[in-house]
Design a protein around this ligand. Structure first.
Ligand code: CA
Length: 715
């Protein structure tokens, strides 16, 4: 009997695609930090009623802490749905909504913007920037967007194809639209712009595909570029843009510029009006493999660094590099949070970050001095950070890339894009963490040792992450992968509490004066926890992953809003952590209030009958070759061993029609408009057929497991 099965366990296996993107005085009361966006100035703090969520991270420090407490520890069990709105697309959702003057501004896939009545959910306007879908192949991790910026009646969105667009907040009409990247290269943008001093700051992504990272500032009124800061040096023969680039180039060897160098700033950018500094979080090297990128070694500034710049000019001020000689995709792009902390009897203006590499950093944000760093997760690559030098102490096998040595954190990181939050009352930072092991393997094919701008090339072989051909995949998954919400004391650098282990798909966190922490986490539940103890006080089923919740108040009533969608809790679409592949995706905004009685439709119950696959017609050698080529070129989007996260098809169950036009798709590029561009430059006709045979082989293997006994994949 061809029985339906659930692939939840399978779908969790070995996802790799990593990547994976304020303003007033930090005082003892962070809730008072945020002046209304329209009145933001670079100087004094303007205490306001904390009813809006006008900035990406809520306040100048991006603490994501609201002083609202109508919804609190004692009544959160009465929280119910006020309204929901279904977005028009079904791909990744990573958006933090903004709420300004009664309107909720939410971004969905393909950088689309939805303006919704914050009380009723009624659509006020919708903006589609008409992103060229073939850009999907220029990005590492699908086409999500993490949100808009708001100021002076303008809503600014950065688009997946590298544009920055200013819209009239009242009606969504375009005010200006500028290209911030070279469209011929593999630049994409998923991050939220930030606004400070009437400038819009934006970075980009693409370090897995051979680009050179930078951050740019644009005038909010005109859209004119004011400055650009490159994060890694270019070709010395072209001359350096600045003395700082010449200084950075001394930390590189070889011909890194032919690879791109990387260092993309794809998420965190924070403007600090108190110190008048802009902090940017810089990403990984391109390629990942340091020994290819910089063969004679070197720290490779400013990869994996936090860099402070002058906001008016982009001039360099200081930097701290978290991972010298970065080689594991350990971006320092993760959420940068500002606060005032008392450390050893002194009030310090700090910034905090829990980057992918597993260490929690507290840095004096005026000087860049490292104040403390401790592991918040398992770190197989380094034992500690030497406080005398500020450098990590690497383990002996940190750079052993034999396909067997397990690296933790993986390239997915112990913490990825889902933002943290801080509660000044508990003094805790709430971090969405995950355990996501990976086995790096030095390249086994010559072409992986050469630059290849335009398609994934990280300088490692992926075969070590092809799933084992064993039936008990669920057990392997359970043993290796997990996610937890971690409450971390940044002063003591110690864990206070953790939630039980769940799937590694936890979304961002929200803290409130109601002594609560909100997070969408394991099993697609949206949870409220006691901020002090971690006790779960409320939960509701989202039927999908959630992104980053916010809260606001209107007419005396407090609301909690969250955007949800496939991969909402994780960067990757090729990654399999988010969703059962055979369930239709949901992309939605949900808004809760006390006593809310609205209901979402029941989740679609779809059981897919497995069709009997066509027989394999090639030799074992061809099938094995197909696996190698698939892992090299296809796995980043379609998942290791076909374990797709959902938006990309599971190629094992391709229809006879697809099999019939296989070459036209893989090499001919006939599905370019859906994001599947031609791979003719990289995959020969013979190899494309080998991939097809590998897909058939795996389909038959799974089909065989279903008959006669079908116990393994049930859950
Ligand atoms: Ca990356």
């Amino acid at each position: 009997m061809a029985q339906a099965f659930k692939l939840a366990a399978l779908a969790l296996l070995l996802a790799l695609a990593a990547c994976s993107d304020s303003n007033e005085a930090t005082t003892a009361e962070p809730a008072a930090m945020a002046p209304p966006a329209a009145e933001r100035k670079a100087t004094a703090a303007l205490p306001v009623a904390d009813t809006e969520w006008a900035m990406h991270g809520h306040d100048a420090g991006e603490q994501r802490y609201s002083s609202l407490q109508q919804i609190n520890r004692d009544n959160v069990d009465k929280l119910g749905l006020a309204w929901y709105f279904d977005l028009y697309t079904r791909r990744g959702v990573e958006s933090t909504p903004l709420m300004v003057d009664g309107t909720l501004y939410v971004t969905g896939t393909w950088s689309m913007v939805y303006a919704l009545d914050a009380k009723t959910g009624e659509l006020k306007w919708f903006y589609d920037p008409q992103v060229d879908r073939s850009f999907l192949a220029k990005g590492c991790c699908g086409a999500p967007n993490r949100g808009v910026a708001y100021a002076n009646g303008k809503v600014v969105v950065a688009t997946f194809d590298g544009r920055l667009v200013a819209l009239n907040a009242a009606d969504g009409s375009e005010i200006w639209d500028v290209q911030t990247t070279d469209r011929e290269q593999s630049y994409t943008i998923t991050g939220a712009p930030r606004i400070g001093k009437n400038l819009v700051f934006i970075g980009n992504g693409g370090a897995e595909l051979g680009v050179r990272g930078y951050v740019s500032a644009y005038d909010l009124d005109s859209g004119k570029m004011v400055w650009r800061f490159y994060t890694v040096p270019g070709n010395p023969d072209d001359g350096f843009e600045s003395d700082v680039m010449a200084m950075a180039a001394k930390t590189w060897t070889g011909k890194w510029w032919e690879w791109g160098g990387g260092g993309t700033v794809w998420d965190s950018i924070v403007y600090d009006p108190e110190l008048d500094l802009l902090y940017i979080g810089v990403g990984n090297g391109s390629p990942w493999n340091h020994s290819l990128r910089s063969p004679q070694g070197g720290d490779n500034l400013f990869l994996a660094s936090i860099v402070a710049l002058r906001p008016d000019t982009g001039e360099y001020v200081w930097h701290y590099q978290t991972t010298p000689g970065e080689t594991w995709d350990y971006t320092a792009t993760q959420h940068i949070m500002l606060a005032d902390l008392e450390i050893e009897g002194r009030q310090r203006k700090v910034l905090m970050q829990a980057p992918k590499n597993g260490f929690f950093y507290v840095i004096d944000r005026a000087s860049g001095e490292l104040l403390s760093a401790r592991p918040y997760a398992i770190t197989t690559w380094a034992t500690e950070v030497d406080m005398a030098t500020g450098r990590p102490v690497e383990t002996v096998d940190a750079r052993l890339f034999d396909g067997k040595n397990v690296s933790l954190p993986s390239n997915a990181g112990a913490h990825n894009w889902p933002p943290m939050s801080y509660n000044p009352e508990t003094g805790l930072v709430y971090i969405p963490t995950m355990v996501f092991p990976v086995r790096f393997l030095q390249p086994t094919e010559d072409k992986d040792r050469k630059p290849g701008q335009g398609k994934w090339n990280v300088g490692f072989d992926r075969m070590a992450n092809s799933p084992p051909k064993v039936p008990n995949i669920g057990e392997i998954m359970d043993a290796e992968f997990s996610g937890q919400l971690l409450a971390w004391d940044p002063v003591k650098q110690a864990a206070r509490w953790r939630t039980p282990e769940g799937r590694p798909n936890g979304g961002g966190t929200l803290s409130t004066a109601g002594k609560l922490v909100f997070q969408a986490g394991e099993d697609d539940m949206f949870n409220a926890y006691d901020a002090a103890s971690g006790e779960r006080l409320w939960s509701t089923d989202l039927h999908i992953s959630g992104a980053a919740p916010i809260t606001y108040a209107l007419d005396g009533e407090q609301y909690v809003a969250i955007a949800v969608g496939i991969s909402g809790g994780f960067a990757s679409e090729g990654g399999p952590v988010a969703h059962d592949w055979h369930l239709p995706s949901i992309s939605r905004v949900l808004v809760y209030k006390l006593g809310g009685t609205a209901e979402i439709p029941p989740p679609p119950e779809v059981d897919r009958e497995i069709p009997k696959p066509a027989p394999v017609t090639a030799s074992v050698e061809v099938v094995q070759r197909g696996e190698v080529v698939y892992q090299r070129h296809c796995a980043y989007c379609h998942g290791d061993g076909f374990r797709t996260g959902g938006p990309t098809p599971d190629l094992r169950w391709s229809s006879a029609q697809v099999h019939g036009i296989w070459q036209d798709i893989v090499r001919g590029g006939i599905l370019k408009s859906l994001g599947m561009v031609s791979f003719a430059e990289f995959v020969t006709e013979q190899d494309a057929e080998a991939i097809r045979q590998y897909a058939l082989s795996e389909a038959n293997r799974i089909y065989g497991l279903q008959q006669p006994q079908d116990t393994v994949f049930q859950d």
